[in-house]
Design a protein around this ligand. Structure first.
Ligand code: PMP
Length: 407
């Protein structure tokens, strides 16, 4: 395997990878759902609880100051990771879903009126559909949908025709969690801005796999989840341009987000705290920063190269399985491969693969409109991370072949 790093040494960083399931070595290929955690991330969590723990931003005492320092250093790590202009643009959330809900609520309340239009695509995750539908119910906005081609790419001709003088925001995944398609965000940003609208990028599936630079992408907002990039669950980021965040009304009210409170009148904290009501997950932010440092230590370009190699290998191996349909064949894609095998229900196959120790995802992948596009109820999905090997893909292909014969 031609990998730009020592994969066996690196797998040692992830204790879970050496466990067995059903007396077989675990083959974990469900990384688009969540990634496993390196020891340094878990150690950072226990270290902080054992020796630092105190609420942030509130105490004058030693521990509170140390916890606050770690929390704010983490914000700087995220800023630098995304190449944002300022830490004021880095809002901590529970993850991509909360980031998009925050945006739909605050951006919607601030900038959108009845009849204004938001554009999403047919291949979005439910997290980038339902918050806009809730806003539609509340405010009477119009939600428009970009169709995709059978290759799994955005239909740019149809996309261009959706713009009108009421288009305010376009919200799209950077990378599809089902097809792996990479959307050309910079090109889209230019299109969106030419129409005087804003661009939100759901980067849940790009941040773990490729360098993401908000300045180079020229997006207005971007969201990702820590748990998909080797960090803990329950922490994520919403990046937003300072000038826009500055104008937007708060999402939730409570402690941390206020400047002064009286019953007559309350004023809000400066950015980004205006959007961070309540005690933040300060242990999570620190642990996520440790995860991003870990990723940077390996080098995002190296990770991408390795995963591209795995994806090409998987496409070749899986294409040879009789009766297989692989969904989407975008020109640019990341390490996600979705498929079905003729005559076999995806759930049955997934259950039997599990008995062989192979963890893949089955179902609608929180993208039911995309399933409708392909006329299926669900798919199987294998998704790769920096620690996966070609041997694991061989195990998947062998498992599929063996089970297929059983059926
Ligand atoms: N968008 C995409 C493209 C995703 O893949 C996911 C997670 N599957 C989400 C949004 C939601 O992420 P989370 O559940 O971490 O909020």
């Amino acid at each position: 395997m031609n990998t730009p790093y020592d994969i066996n040494a690196l797998r040692e960083d992830f204790p879970i990878l050496s466990r067995q399931v059903y007396d077989r070595p675990l083959v974990y290929l469900d990384n688009a759902a969540t990634t496993q955690k390196p020891r340094c991330v878990v150690d950072a969590i226990s270290r902080e609880y054992y020796s630092v723990n105190a609420n942030v931003h509130r105490g004058i005492h030693y521990l509170s100051q140390e916890a606050t320092r770690l929390h704010e250093e983490a914000r700087e790590t995220m800023r630098s990771f995304l190449n944002a202009a300022s830490t004021a643009e880095i809002v901590f959330t529970r993850g991509t879903t909360e980031s998009i809900n925050l945006l739909a609520t605050s951006y919607g309340e601030t900038f959108l009126k009845e009849g204004d239009e938001v554009i999403v695509s047919e291949s979005e995750h439910h997290s980038n559909i339902v918050p806009w539908q809730l806003l539609r119910d509340r405010k009477g906005i119009v939600l428009k949908v970009i169709p995709i081609t059978d290759a799994g790419e955005l239909d740019f001709d149809a996309f261009e025709k959706l713009f009108s003088d009421r288009t305010r925001l376009v919200s799209l995944a950077h990378v599809s969690n089902v097809l792996g398609t990479v959307n050309p965000i910079r090109r889209i940003a230019d299109m969106v801005h030419a129409h005087g609208a804003h661009l939100m990028v759901d980067a849940a599936q790009s941040v773990p796999h490729r360098p993401v630079d908000v300045a180079a992408l020229d997006c207005d907002f971007l969201a990702f989840s820590g748990h998909k990039v080797y960090g803990p669950t329950g922490i994520g980021v919403l990046y937003g341009r300072e000038a826009l965040l500055e104008k937007m009304v708060p999402y939730q009210g409570g402690g941390e987000m206020i400047s002064r409170v009286s019953f007559a009148h309350t004023t809000y904290e400066r950015l980004p705290y205006k959007f961070e009501a309540g005690t933040p997950d300060y242990v999570g932010t620190h642990a996520l920063a440790v995860a991003l440092d870990y990723v940077n230590g390996i080098g995002m370009q190296n990770i991408q190269k390795h995963e591209q190699m795995l994806t090409a290998y998987a496409l070749e191996k899986l294409s040879a399985v009789p009766g297989i349909t692989i969904y989407g064949h975008a020109a640019e894609r990341e390490g996600v491969v979705a498929f079905n095998i003729e005559g076999i229900h995806h759930m049955d196959m997934g259950t039997l693969l599990d008995r062989l120790g192979i963890a893949i995802r089955t179902g609608h992948h929180c993208a039911q409109p995309l399933m409708q596009h392909f006329g299926v109820e669900g798919m199987m999905r294998a998704s790769f991370a920096l620690y996966n090997t070609t041997e694991e893909i061989d195990a998947l292909a062998a498992g599929l072949n063996r089970l297929r014969q059983m059926f």
